[in-house]
Design a protein around this ligand. Sequence first.
Ligand SMILES: [Zn+2]
Length: 309
Amino acid sequence: MSTWYYSHPSFFKHDTGYGHPESIPRLQAIEKALSGLEFLNLVRKEAPSGTHDQLRLIHSESEISQVLEAIPKSGEVHLDPDTVVSADSGTAAYHAVGAVCAAVDAVVAGQASNAFCAVRPPGHHAEPTRAMGFCLFNNIAIAARHAQKRHRIERVAIVDFDVHHGNGTQAAFQRDATVLYASTHQYPWYPGTGAANETGVGNIFNVPLRAGTGSAGFRSGVSEKILPAVERFKPGLILVSAGFDAHRNDPLASLELEEADFAWITDELLRLAAKHAEGHLVSTLEGGYHLKALGDSVAAHVRSMMRAT
Ligand SMILES: [Zn+2]
């Protein structure tokens, strides 16, 4: 079997305006990094559109209409100081949700071993009732619910190694013991949440890391807290919020990780997926703003996924 890779032309049209870090060239850098011969067997899929019903698994009707009604015919509109929409943003946001849900379908059906979704806009800051932090809808939270409702998977683990805390994902599940949310992130930092004492109903595992932490501190945080929590939880599916902005070259943060760290955590999560979830693992792009570092880091992540097939 194989690793599937989801993209869609609309992800290359979600225009956030001049100078915005969450930009179209991010995806161009990823495609370039995955263009080598070693990625020839990566199965490339066009993401379907998500549905209104899928959005409603997490988001309120008013949040959905607030986002969609704000989208302009031309130019850009700011939903908050960081979160920008333009004419194609709604189509992209729907396909980002559709990508992650379709990837879950493909992996659970046994068509793909695992899958990576190179989506824009990202999702983990989007709360059930609020778009924020470059994110319109919470792609990974929707996919977790989709897996539970559509495929009767009882326990879903979400592991988030983006350098920012996934406040939106935590908000979606902090009172729901059927979904585990575990995150490493720079702290204190944007968005301000993610303290170690935010534990939900015993299902939230935050590993806040100080600026400059580096590989050793990251790996010990993951090994001591996150991997054992996922192990005990015995998930039927592992979802990954794969942000690569913890890389040492990233301009938005300073956690000082390297490509090898992303490969390492990917291997560890694949090992747990093989043990508890028939290998079922779906990863989706969140942040990562240094173009070369982003491309190289995604390549390391996807290389690990392909090796596990
Ligand atoms: Zn981030």
